[in-house]
Design a protein around this ligand. Structure first.
Ligand SMILES: Cc1cc2nc3c(=O)[nH]c(=O)nc-3n(C[C@H](O)[C@H](O)[C@H](O)COP(=O)(O)OP(=O)(O)OC[C@H]3O[C@@H](n4cnc5c(N)ncnc54)[C@H](O)[C@@H]3O)c2cc1C
Length: 411
């Protein structure tokens, strides 16, 4: 925790994927500058360490029915996502984090004919993009996952499966020689000026350049008001499966599967444990509650049992919810919003990659490097305005409800 007054050349608020990418890139661009990162919690305690770990190179539109978008847009997305993945790969190599960063590819699984049609549409889209994939049938998915729940699927090879907590904490530790990091230090106010002052309960940091990488909390600092959609998603993790339970399950010990319908369940097996993630809720106050997490956990158990009846009543040992920041037009919050105040946030549900991308690019922008992707990022639209109230508070939960209903057995 930060106590007292610090002076630095750069202060970065938020130590998730975006903040640490910005810090690492700055440490490459301006190696002798003093760089400080400050986070409200322990690094990795929030969504950065508690996500499903899919670092996806391909388009991943959550709002549609099959993840794809317009071809030109998707080509650019793939190129930029891959640049971010390579930036993370170089960090994994430099800091010895390869075990948390595995180029395993991702599976998509369909549980319904409707889901299978969406996946075959997605494959058609990949053919148009000249991207490799493999079509899978029910037997392939059973061989991999152990369950006959899925009637077909698709494998795409470019996704990295991360162990997010290990990776993000390792990244912070790797940076610690070059970057001063303060955890458990919530920033309570920011005063901008010739030298910006970032205040924490028992201290402050003064720096001429400020980078805000606080994702949806950009709004808490007064930026992008009524433009950010605060959505939570939830996960439950089983206790370790015994050797006999693993034998009853069959399949491979490590895999990650994304549902055919973006509103369905993501399932990941990590050796002797299985994680189920599903359900999106609209929480404009940027918080969830134990009650909400527990209610959604009941649905996780239902989804788990539907897929793994051979495992009976295995209890969930951990359960959590985390904050995603989406925008209506899927645009990130990126750029210089006041003189020498820069932002990178709102990564639309794919923050492990796009947080990294906009984090590294915001450092390039702020340090004045000639990285060509900065211009591309600046040309992207800003997050569009939300609908006026009460349309959002009534409409957003209704829309999510309808989308979850559409997912049916994929949920
Ligand atoms: C259950 C779940 C599963 C997910 N699965 C995936 C997945 O498989 N793949 C994927 O790409 N994404 C996934 N996500 C989304 C992903 O976790 C986020 O998009 C990503 O963490 C965003 O990175 P970020 O750095 O922009 O923001 P964050 O990770 O949210 O980091 C922002 C940081 O800012 C800090 N902060 C906020 N306010 C303050 C303040 N006032 N003072 C100081 N610090 C502050 C926070 O403590 C936080 O550490 C998932 C999320 C959840 C919850």
């Amino acid at each position: 925790m930060l106590r007292g007054r610090y002076e630095a050349d750069w202060v970065i608020v938020g130590g998730g994927f975006a903040g640490l990418a910005a810090a690492r890139r700055l440490s490459q661009l301006v190696p002798t500058d003093r760089i400080v990162v400050v986070d409200a919690q322990r690094i990795g305690w929030g969504a950065a360490g508690r996500n499903s770990g899919f670092m996806i190179d391909l388009p991943h539109q959550l709002a549609g029915e099959n993840y794809g978008g317009a071809q030109d847009h998707d080509r650019k997305r793939i190129r930029m996502n891959r640049a971010a993945i390579e930036f993370s790969a170089s960090a994994a190599d430099e800091y010895g984090l390869q075990r948390f960063f595995v180029r395993a590819g991702k599976f998509h699984g369909a549980a319904t004919e409707h889901g299978l049609r969406s996946l075959r549409d997605f494959e058609g889209h990949l053919i148009g993009l000249a991207e490799p994939f493999q079509s899978l049938d029910a037997a392939d998915l059973k061989r991999i996952t152990g369950t006959d729940f899925f009637i077909g699927g698709t494998f795409t090879p470019g996704t990295v499966m991360a162990q997010p907590a290990g990776f993000i904490r390792g990244l912070a530790e790797g940076l610690s020689g070059r970057v001063q990091l303060f955890e458990n230090s919530p920033v309570i106010s920011v005063q901008t000026g010739k030298v910006h002052t970032v205040k924490i309960a028992e201290g402050e940091i003064a720096a001429p350049r400020l980078i805000l990488t606080v994702n949806g909390h950009l709004e808490s600092f007064g930026f992008f008001k009524k433009r950010l959609l605060h959505v939570f998603t939830y996960a439950s993790m089983t206790r370790p499966l015994s050797k006999s339970e693993q034998a009853a399950l069959g399949g491979e010990p490590h895999w990650g599967l994304i549902p055919a319908d973006p509103m369905g369940s993501t399932i990941r097996r990590i050796g002797d444990r299985i994680v189920v993630r599903n359900t999106f809720t609209y929480n404009p106050d940027m918080s969830t509650s134990e009650k909400q997490v527990a209610q959604i956990g009941v649905g996780h158990v239902r989804s788990f049992r539907a897929r793994f009846p051979m495992l009976g009543d295995i209890p969930m040992e951990f359960r959590w919810g985390g904050h995603l920041c989406l925008s209506l037009n899927s645009a990130p919050a990126f750029g210089e919003i006041e003189e020498r105040v820069f932002v990178a946030g709102c990564c639309n549900g794919l923050g492990t990659v796009q947080g990294t991308l906009y984090g590294m690019l915001v450092a390039d922008l702020a340090a004045g490097s000639n990285e060509p992707m900065v211009a591309e990022a600046l040309n992207e639209p800003a997050p569009s305005r939300l609908y006026p109230e009460p349309l959002m508070s009534i409409g957003a939960p209704l829309k999510l409800w309808a989308m979850h209903l559409r997912a049916a057995r994929e949920l």
